[in-house]
Design a protein around this ligand. Sequence first.
Ligand code: C5P
Length: 239
Amino acid sequence: MSWKDKLIIALDVSNADKALGIVDMLGDDVSTYKVGFELFVSSGPSIVERLHEKGKRVFLDLKFHDIPNTVSKAAVAAARLGVFMFNLHASGGCEMMKRCKDRVDEVCLKEKLRRPKIISVTVLTSLDSDSLKNELCVQHGVKAQVKHLSTLAQKAGLDGVVASPQEIAIIKNACGKDFLVVTPGIRPSWVPPDDQHRTATPQAALREGADFIVMGRGVLQHEDPVRALELISLEILTA
Ligand code: C5P
């Protein structure tokens, strides 16, 4: 398996034309794209259909966080869109995650749909222990909170979590190697961290056992994103 099978490019752009331009530019190098708030709110579900028409898989990154009934209905709608993976916030609690998983299982079975992978966000990669403690009153630090929320997501029956590359080992140790870890906060060696606080290079994240790495600015803000992918490949091969 090539490292590119584990790569997810974040289409953090303002409209469908820009997003599809990126997809055409990267061609066969990238098979999975992440659709987040900005693109989904500006373009609607049709962007997911257009990516599917181009043969791409979609990670719908809408980080659902609401009462169990509301989230499970949104989750069913995501499953009916045929996305490969979507996410919700583990801090919404066990009942929210479990209800969502159970409803999606039921509907997918009944309607003969492929069940999307359901993963939960643990602690955003833009937060650190200080912000957790001083702003959110979580006293026990990022790593303990990530471990706690990962085990909660596993108990609820989810497939995995979104977490920083720095927490992969903790999660795999606590939840087992088959529990998926999807890592944003990925920065090639030549890219600044921007607003991300818990980052790693692609090769470090893959070495630690990330199942998927999500990259946005590290590739798309390069003057030549195709070249950026080649440079990352080189870094990985020579590591
Ligand atoms: O540009 P950059 O590579 O930092 O983009 C990371 C992407 O991953 C963004 O779309 C961001 O919303 C998303 N993400 C994240 N941290 C999470 C979950 C998703 O950065 N915990």
